[in-house]
Design a protein around this ligand. Structure first.
Ligand SMILES: [Zn+2]
Length: 155
């Protein structure tokens, strides 16, 4: 966004701190595109080739996506969210109706499994979008053959 100052008439440029030469990667938009299971860069290419296996390169824009290292965060988030929903649902239904524990198991076990399977893909996509926006794990175009912890090449 550019504008002109009223006093001097000079064009103003928004101040950006650090890495001003790199294109902006809005965090919310990137996470949202990941949640929609699309490429965080363009929002059009598919993020996944298989169920939880992201594509190496976006078919639409060519963005390298093999850098993603979502690791344990998506399952942790799924357990955290689905656990609260199903345990809360179990406790609320238990307060309203007196059901046997087997009935509760018959109700809540399939719901837990189904919601976990359905939410795993978008949540992992959101984590990949987060990593892409923050330029983590090679998404920032840094040299991946160099290990900064060791000060030498990755073995
Ligand atoms: Zn793309």
């Amino acid at each position: 966004m550019t504008g002109k100052t009223a006093a001097s008439g000079e064009a103003t440029v928004p101040v950006r701190y650090g890495e001003a030469e790199k294109p902006e990667r809005p965090l919310g938009r990137s996470i949202w595109r990941g949640l929609c299971c699309t490429c965080p860069a363009c929002g059009e290419g598919k993020l996944y080739g298989k169920f939880l296996k992201p594509v190496d390169v976006c078919a639409a824009c060519g963005e390298d996506l093999h850098h993603q290292r979502s690791d344990d965060l998506p399952p942790y988030l799924v357990i955290f969210l689905i656990g609260h929903v199903t345990v809360g649902g179990f406790m609320m239904t238990d307060m309203v109706w007196q059901l046997s524990i087997w009935t509760h198991l018959a109700i809540w076990t399939p719901i837990t499994i189904a919601t976990a399977l359905l939410s795993m893909q978008p949540i992992k996509g959101g984590v990949i979008g987060l990593q892409w926006a923050l330029r983590m794990h090679g998404f920032g175009d840094e040299d991946e053959s160099f290990d900064p912890g060791r000060g030498g090449p990755i073995e």
